[in-house]
Structure formats: C-alpha cells, structure tokens
Design a protein around this ligand. Structure first.
Ligand code: GLU
Length: 394
C-alpha cells in the first residue's frame, strides 16, 4: 500500500522538468522531438571555469565545505553584488546553495508559516508556488497579460496585499515572459511595499546577464527595502552551468543565518568543486559571456520573426532571458487535426504530438493563455521547430 504524505501528494510535478522528461522519453523511442521546453543554455561551460574546476580537483578540494559556502567564494559574491548591482553585502549575509532553486526553498522555509500569503506576480516561475505550498503558505496570483508586457501595476500589487501577506516574489528578467522591470517601475512598486514593513521581498535575478539592453535593476538597491529583500542569483544561466547546481542569496543577516541552519539539516554545503569553479565565474567580467548573450539575441530575432508570421499567435518582445511566451488563446475552442484545443495545456500537448516540438504550458506559470518556448537551442532547431508548428496549425 502506498502511504505517501499529504505534502508530496499535493505537490504538483515541475512542469518544466516533466515536459523535458517526456521529450527525452519520446526521443529514446526514436521520435524526432525538438526540445524547447527546458531553460538551459546549449553552450559548454566556458573554459576558464572548467579549468578552475579541474584545478580544484587536482588541489584536493574534496572535503565538506562550510554549510553556507567557502569564505573566499562568499567574498567573491559580495564583490559581484557590488560591481553589478550596487549592493553592499558582507559575507555573513551570503548563503551558497545547490542551485537558486534551493536558495528560494530555503528562504520560503525559514520565512513562511502555515497560513501566510505569498504574492506571485504572474507569470511566475513554476516552482515558486510549489515551494510556497511546501512551506504551507498560500499563493496569491497577481495576473498580467501580453497587453501590459506581462507587468503588474503598483495598484494591482496594493490590492493583493492582506494582513497575512508575508512575501512577494519578483523575477526580472522574467522566466517565462522575458519581461524586465525598469528601475522606475520597481521604484513605483517599491513605494507600495514601503507602506507595508511586514512584507518581505524575494528578488530572483538568475537571468540578470541574459539581457538585451534594458539596464538591470536590483530592488534591494532601494534603501528603504534593502533590509527586507533577499536577492537570489546563481551561475546556471549566465555561465552555462545548469548542472553544476550553484545558487546564492544576499540577504539580511538573520535570514542568511536561518537559511544556513535549514541547509545544514538538509544538504550541507553545495558541491565543493562547483563552488571553486563559481569563484572563477562570478569574478569574471561580464564581457566574458557576451558571446552567449549575443547568440541568444540573434535567436530572439529569428524566433520572433518566425512566430509572428503564424496566424493567431500573439507575441511580446522579451527583453531578457531566453524564452518567448506567446498568447495562443486564438486556438482555444478549435479542433486541430481532430484534437479539441480547450486551453494552453491542450495546445502544448498538440504541439508535442503533432509537431514533435516540446514546449511548456503557461498554466504552470500562472497564465492560462500562453505557452513557453525556450530559444536556448540552435538556430536550426528553432527554424525547424517553428516550421513544424506552423504546418501543424495549418
Ligand atoms: N529554470 C529552468 C526552466 O524554467 C530549468 C528547469 C527547472 O528547474 O524548472 O526551464
């Protein structure tokens, strides 16, 4: 008899990882699937980072690291925060974790109590709501649409706040929409939050460097909010290091201490070799990874041009990250190749089955009208995939 906990039974499967697994499974059956579901750079980790890892192996960095990360890595992260974000953190405010996902989970576990409310401006990354649920908090979704470039307004934010609101999670550049909040927009949202000192802010900046020209702004740079903002970042996306699993936070010291305690009971310090390699990554000038950003920028142009030519697909112009988030609601209520399309999930499944292109339903990101397509794939894959989508929809 299976007697799993309520906790796991009520936890949704990660839609991004589930779609990637499904695509992998179909590929293994010999079906030619183009996987545009996972947000993962298709580049190799840069050589200077690999060399730092090899050096660490040869220098016998094989013992447990401090739970919150090596001291020199934390120093390097403080330097990075100062250089890129004009944020002053001391090493005691930094916690290094096994991916930004664990950083976010730590923060939720140490801040949220049952019944607390978490505000999620939508679209939001799939795991935010699931992690909030694990912490027994309730998620409140603040909707947005393609018409507002997937941004929420200060008024919407204020209306969503209740006496139970404990945390709001921002993500700019956004996964899945690519939207970037400008400094001005963040300051306007910040004005609302200044009125509610009991609300904490998690700012997920993992796509910071995958940016096509809008200056990145860290909400913790607003002095009135610094003391209750947790800035999350990591090396996965910018440095093509998804599998190395290193994320980190800069936070008020009492929150960092609590995350350290939480992590000490669950995973201990992150992988020692990956941490040594991360010193090289975060210390490098941003110009060292510009070639990847340039490539993503050119793919963005290609995918926008190709998708815009398909009738019924509405697109915004993502300013960062490597996803497009088209509104496909035009197709809802229609029958395509004998299949009823009622919603974005049906649409994504249709694309998988009929076009052999893996995408992710917007429902997993809190938006019912859109699907997410990753363009962290070769130009050829992008062109073939969109061609197949167009033919399937004809
Ligand atoms: N963050 C990436 C994505 O959204 C990786 C998969 C995941 O961890 O959800 O595709």
């Amino acid at each position: 008899m299976e007697v799993l906990s309520q906790r796991i039974n009520s936890l949704p499967v990660s839609a991004t990882l589930a779609m990637a697994a499904k695509a992998r499974e179909l590929k293994n059956q010999g079906i030619d699937i183009i996987g545009l579901s996972l947000g993962e750079p298709d580049f190799n980790t840069p050589d200077f980072i690999k060399e730092a890892a090899v050096q660490a192996v040869n220098d016998n960095w094989n013992s447990y690291s401090p739970v919150d990360g090596y001291a020199d890595l934390k120093e390097a992260i403080c330097d990075k925060f100062k250089r890129d974000n004009q944020l002053t953190y001391t090493p005691s405010q930094i916690v290094v974790s096994t991916g930004a996902k664990q950083s976010i989970a730590n923060v939720c576990m140490v801040l949220l109590d049952p019944g607390d409310e978490v505000l999620l401006p939508a679209p939001y990354w799939v795991s935010y709501s699931a992690i909030a649920t694990l912490a027994e908090a309730k998620s409140t979704i603040i909707p947005s649409s393609i018409e507002t470039d997937f941004k929420i307004t200060p008024d919407q934010l204020e209306k969503a706040i209740t006496s139970k609101t404990k945390l709001v999670m921002f993500n700019s550049p956004n996964n899945p929409s690519g939207t970037i909040y400008t400094e001005e927009e963040y300051r306007a949202l910040g004005k609302v939050l200044e009125k509610y000192p009991e609300i904490y802010i998690l700012s997920d900046e993992i796509y910071e460097h995958i940016n096509y020209g809008t200056p990145h702004f860290s909400i913790a740079a607003i002095p009135e909010l610094y003391d209750r903002t947790i800035t999350v970042n990591g090396v996965a996306k910018a440095f093509a290091m998804t599998g190395w699993r290193i994320g980190y936070i800069g936070a008020p010291e009492w929150i960092a201490k609590a995350c350290n305690k939480m992590q000490g009971q669950i995973t201990s310090g992150a992988n020692c070799i990956a941490q040594r390699a991360t010193i090289a990554a975060v210390s490098a000038p941003v110009s060292a990874i510009q070639y990847m950003v340039d490539e993503f920028a050119s793919r963005r142009e290609i995918i926008i041009e190709l998708l815009t030519a398909i009738p019924g697909i509405k697109l915004n112009r993502p300013q960062g990250a490597f996803y497009v988030f088209p509104d496909v609601s035009y197709y809802f209520g229609k029958t395509l190749k004998g299949k009823q399309i009622q919603n974005a999930t049906d649409f994504a499944l249709f694309l998988l089955e009929e076009a052999h292109v893996a995408t992710v339903t917007g429902e997993a990101f809190g938006n019912k009208n859109c699907i997410r397509i990753s363009y962290a794939a070769s130009e050829e894959s992008i062109r073939t995939a969109v061609n197949r989508i167009e033919n399937a929809l004809k």
